[in-house]
Design a protein around this ligand. Structure first.
Ligand code: FMN
Length: 200
């Protein structure tokens, strides 16, 4: 059974350290057998969530597209950068839109609930964005996602990558790749159980 993972980064900056780290975790998931899609949040039409805008115009196209992407995937692999001790507005805004009722009236939260997620983060600081992970874990918990314990926080991240975007520290690279692999394995086990539970 193929497992599809949606990879999302809370920074769309060209030289984003979190995107580089996410790419390593994605490599781990792909090596394990996952089919991975990147969703670059800046490419989606996602205004800052406003209930009046939603009431007047419905979901923006970007929100509907993101919802469809989440629907089509088994798991989320998320890089969550740290701004002032928390997650970025870009990432939280995307989750807020995804959680809204879909254009066909079905629930947005139902797209997320019961799916597996894994978190990684990178920061030039000493904690590597760990506080952002803690805050994001609480958000994903609230919408019913199952966040696996395997995670990776890369400290002093501005010194961690070479010119090709590869991590200089081989052991750290293996550790972040293992997060992608663990996400794949957990999603596979859940998918297998779901199939078994609907068999007569
Ligand atoms: C508004 C703002 C607040 C920040 N606050 C923190 C912080 O609380 N902790 C931290 O480790 N880094 C903080 N940083 C540094 C970011 O971790 C750093 O800019 C990082 O490279 C952002 O992720 P990116 O490289 O993926 O874009 C902050 C950066 C900005 C712009």
């Amino acid at each position: 059974m193929s497992i599809r993972i949606l990879a999302i980064c809370g920074s769309s900056r060209r030289e984003s350290l979190n995107q580089k780290l996410l790419a390593m975790a994605v490599q781990g998931a792909r090596d394990a057998g996952a089919i991975v899609t990147f969703a670059r949040l800046a490419d989606f039409d996602l205004p800052i969530y406003d209930g009046d805008v939603e009431a007047a115009r419905g979901l923006p196209d970007g929100a509907s597209t993101l919802q469809a992407l989440v629907d089509a995937h088994d798991a989320l692999l998320i890089a969550t950068p740290e701004y002032n001790g928390g997650y970025t507005a870009l990432l939280k805004n995307a989750i807020d839109w995804i959680s809204r009722p879909r254009s066909d009236g079905s629930g947005g939260i139902a797209l997320l609930a019961g799916k597996v997620a894994a978190l990684v983060s990178a920061s030039p600081g000493q904690l590597g964005g760990l506080r952002s992970q803690t805050a994001m874990r609480a958000v994903l918990d609230k919408v019913g996602m199952l966040v696996i314990p395997q995670a990776f926080a890369l400290s002093v991240a501005h010194e961690a990558f070479d010119a090709e975007g590869q991590m200089k520290d081989h052991r750290a690279a293996m550790a972040v790749m293992s997060v992608g692999e663990a996400l794949y394995r957990t999603a596979s086990r859940l998918a297998t159980r779901e199939v078994r539970s609907v068999e007569p």
